[in-house]
Design a protein around this ligand. Structure first.
Ligand code: AMP
Ligand code: MG
Length: 336
């Protein structure tokens, strides 16, 4: 079978299912954007250092920022990691497949470019059926960060990926809108203690209830970029983005109205908009105050506001529980 460039790929769609095509492209070292339940990933063969290098090029991602490696079953974890703590298996058995990444001591055959030279590898099993089927059909794992230019809002639909990276990558495998909408929760074991290093699609409460203990969190290492998705400014729209405490949006906006006309202000509200800003400039994350729905809507809403003819975007934090921690983390970083 010959696959030569984009045109042939499009023409051969009739012959190959998108899934098979994605598998062929990945096997020959190309990049494919893949759906997951968290956000879309930009995937390459994790055992092929040259293929992985393309991810950093296309995303303009600094090489000190390590990538998460995706596989399809808990049994596979020991192929890529060693000395796996009991607590890691406890979490894996309940939460994998799912929005959990475990940082574990890496096996030597994982290329250094994947882990940015760190001795640990981030491992995840995505829950999206198409991603799992894709991974089952490959004899290598996939390194995949979010499929967006470094530092910008993460993509939660195939269209988001096409709009920004469509010309630079071999294929976007369309699996619909992401059901969770924020990245995975990252758990590491510094000094042997389970520690949350990035809030994400699995809540702190759920992790604590599985482990039966209070779990440490260490998610604001602003000066240490080797830690997960942790640069202070990240997930950021292009427009100036200001965030205020939960429920304070109305008072907060009054200050900005002295400088900006109402139609130049975009609003990202949790459950209700503001009376004095045009309705078409306002996006509401969840009218029923459901934090899961709010997480699912978050990045798409940020993108839509970024593309409106407004000058600034105002947002409010959400309650700090469940997925609210992950939402607030992304809002905070978008505002730096
Ligand atoms: P992304 O997939 O773009 O959300 O990025 C994944 C995040 O996981 C990155 O910001 C990495 O810093 C983090 N990560 C992946 N592997 C490791 C590792 N071995 N040690 C520490 N952080 C990691
Ligand atoms: Mg990312």
């Amino acid at each position: 079978m010959i696959i030569e460039g984009k045109k042939m790929l499009t023409n051969s769609n009739e012959l190959l299912s998108p899934l098979t095509l994605a598998q062929l492209l990945l096997a020959r070292g190309d990049l494919v954007a893949i759906p997951t339940e968290t956000v879309y990933g930009l995937a390459a063969n994790a055992l092929n250092a040259q293929a992985v290098a393309k991810i950093f090029e296309v995303k303009k991602r600094p090489t000190f920022d390590p990538l998460i490696v995706h596989t399809y079953s808990v049994e596979q974890l020991a192929r890529y990691a060693h000395s796996i703590p009991d607590e890691a298996y406890k979490l894996a058995e309940v939460l994998m497949p799912g929005a959990l990444t475990l940082l574990l001591p890496k096996q030597a055959h994982i290329p250094d470019i994947v882990t940015a030279g760190l001795p640990t590898v981030g491992l995840r099993i995505p829950k999206h059926p198409l991603a799992l089927e894709l991974l089952h059909g490959l004899d290598f794992p996939l390194a995949a960060p979010s499929a967006n230019p470094f530092g910008y809002i993460s993509p939660t639909t195939a269209e988001h990926v096409r709009a920004q990276l469509g010309d630079a990558i071999a294929m976007v495998l369309d699996g619909g809108a992401c059901s969770i909408g924020v990245e995975s929760t990252i758990v590491g074991f510094p000094n042997g203690e389970p520690t949350i290093l990035r809030f994400g699609g699995i809540s702190l409460e759920e992790i604590e209830s599985i482990l039966g203990m209070v779990v440490k969190t260490f998610t604001h290492s602003v000066s240490n970029p080797s830690a997960p998705g942790m640069l202070a400014s990240h997930y950021a729209p292009k427009k100036p983005f200001y965030v205020t405490t939960s429920g304070n949006l109305e008072a907060f906006s009054k200050g900005f109205l002295q400088k900006y006309a109402p139609e130049k202000i975009g609003v990202l509200a949790f459950k209700a908009g503001l009376a004095h800003i045009p309705a078409e400039n306002q996006l509401i994350l969840s009218p029923t105050a459901d934090l899961n729905e709010a997480a699912q809507q978050l990045f798409g809403a940020m993108r839509r506001l970024d593309n409106l003819p407004v000058r600034i975007i105002l947002a409010e934090f959400v309650p700090q529980n469940g997925l609210g921690r992950a939402i607030n983390d992304r809002l905070q970083r978008a505002s730096v």
